[in-house]
Design a protein around this ligand. Structure first.
Ligand SMILES: Cc1cc2nc3c(=O)[nH]c(=O)nc-3n(C[C@H](O)[C@H](O)[C@H](O)COP(=O)(O)O)c2cc1C
Length: 452
């Protein structure tokens, strides 16, 4: 079969996602605290035959910029109001039939037993459509919400994440697929020879097992990741089946693609089983000039300070201390290093000030904007897909659910007409949609000497 494009939708269970202007956009719906909003987005994406809907998650109100929560709250900065994505995803299992439901859970603030249980449950309830975005969390405020004074160091967080996944895999394997017997006549419920304790006793975690949740339809959720530092990319190369990426430049996306695929090969994996999803914000118009007007209108609503607040949250570094009209400082940040490197690269290449970077961050956290008619946007997608930058794309909205409607109504048919994208689902699980084989279910051994 020819290689097939994959598509996903990006949300936070919140009033905004990457675009900090989204909540202010007149076309945006604001009932993100209720179930109908998510139902509308999910059904639209399922109508468009998307692979999955995804929720990012942050565990603290933004406070890193100037140690202040007043400005982020009054300007509606990313993460100033969010609800729990696991429960939102669970609320959609009846509203959808095929669409994958992928949520974020941190390996830094939870215990593997709890997380393995959540994903086992979601996989059962959705009949095999669960995905887990494995994150190591970003900043000190999140640590403090969980009663910890100091956020773990960047590389230590990844150390912990490796062991976290090792324990979670053992727990998901603690029930064999056919362990449940449920024979009412004989009174035999489960075969105890097919359910094992895990007796994990490691550096970070102890867990006895077995999981209380029987073997789930996909055996475990599809593993997603978004590490962008070298150690983060090695983590993804070992564990992830899908990886999200933010890079506004074609060259950056191509380099990232090659880098991550070769890291996966170094771990002995088939690089085709690690799908790379760059993200973008689409602006679709009947004509290119209509699309450009939509883009300009949206971008004008973005507030640079709100963007710098989020940059400070993502990098765990306070950017309020610098001159807004000077180039961005070259500092070492404890939060996400990869995104900061992208910001620095852009600032040097285009001679941008800190305020300019704040504006770009508020427009969409440095995501590229794909602007034009359905044909022009399909051209960009096709070029990236065939040109070695993507296996699929993850879309983030400038206003929701409108951005998703426009894309599904205009761009998806064009992608289908070109034979790039499915016209219907051929399987029922998220692993089916992503074309992942049973081999990708097996954990890969840890490599020594490569920082992971
Ligand atoms: C596209 C993208 C999406 C991310 N989503 C989240 C998220 O929802 N929650 C979170 O805590 N971290 C998120 N992260 C952070 C990473 O998963 C990772 O833990 C962090 O970036 C630190 O690793 P790094 O320096 O390797 O990037 C995201 C990063 C990227 C690039």
């Amino acid at each position: 079969m020819s290689r097939e494009l994959h598509l996903a939708g990006f949300l936070i269970a919140s009033h905004v996602t990457h675009s900090h202007a989204a909540w202010r956009h007149p076309a945006s719906e604001t009932d993100y605290l209720g179930p109908d909003y998510y139902r509308r987005v999910a059904r639209t994406l399922e109508r468009g035959k998307f692979d999955f809907l995804f929720w990012a998650d942050l565990l603290a109100t933004p406070v890193r910029y100037g140690n202040d929560i007043r400005v982020p709250l009054s300007s509606g900065t990313q993460a100033s109001a969010t609800i729990d994505p696991a429960l939102v995803a669970a609320s959609l299992v009846h509203a959808t039939e095929k669409l994958g439901l992928a949520i974020t859970k941190s390996t830094t603030y939870f215990h593997p037993y709890e997380v393995a249980r959540i994903f086992g449950t979601l996989d059962h309830l959705s009949r095999g459509r669960a995905g887990w975005n494995v994150v190591t969390s970003l900043n000190q405020a999140e640590a403090q919400n969980f009663g910890i004074d100091d956020h773990l160091g960047h590389d230590e967080r990844y150390e912990r994440a490796h062991e976290f996944l090792e324990v979670a895999y053992k727990l998901w394997d603690s029930w064999e697929r056919d362990a449940l017997v449920q024979d009412k006549t004989s009174g035999r419920f489960a075969d105890p020879d097919k359910v094992r304790t895990v007796d994990h006793d490691g550096t970070w975690f102890r867990s006895r097992g077995p999981l209380t949740v029987p073997h789930s339809p996909q055996s475990r959720p599809v593993i997603i990741q978004a590490g962008s530092s070298p150690i983060g990319k090695d983590f993804a190369a070992r564990w992830a089946e899908a990886i999200f990426e933010i890079d506004p430049t074609k060259e950056g996306r191509r380099a990232y693609y090659d880098d991550v695929k070769s890291r996966a090969s170094n771990f002995g994996r088939n690089p085709d089983e690690l799908l790379i999803f760059p993200s973008f914000v689409p602006f679709v118009g009947e004509t290119e000039s209509i699309a450009r007007e939509k883009q300009a209108y949206h971008n004008e609503l973005a507030d640079p300070i709100s963007g710098l607040i989020t940059l400070s949250v993502h990098t765990d570094h306070d950017f309020s201390q610098y001159d807004l009209d000077a180039p961005i400082e070259d500092v070492v940040v404890p939060g996400t290093q990869g995104l900061f490197d992208v910001a620095r690269r852009l600032s040097v290449r285009d001679d941008l000030t800190l305020r300019d970077i704040g504006k770009l961050y508020a427009q969409g956290v440095l995501l590229p904007q794909f602007v034009g008619t359905a044909e022009q946007i399909a051209d960009q997608i096709e070029e990236g897909f065939r040109g070695g930058e993507a296996d699929g794309y993850i879309l983030s909205a400038a206003q929701a659910p409108g951005t998703f409607h426009d894309f599904v109504d205009y761009v998806v048919p064009e992608l289908q007409r070109r034979g790039l994208f499915r016209t219907d689902y051929t399987g029922s699980t998220l692993r089916d949609h992503l074309g992942l084989s049973a081999a990708s279910l097996k954990p890969v051994a840890r490599k020594q000497g490569v920082g992971v």
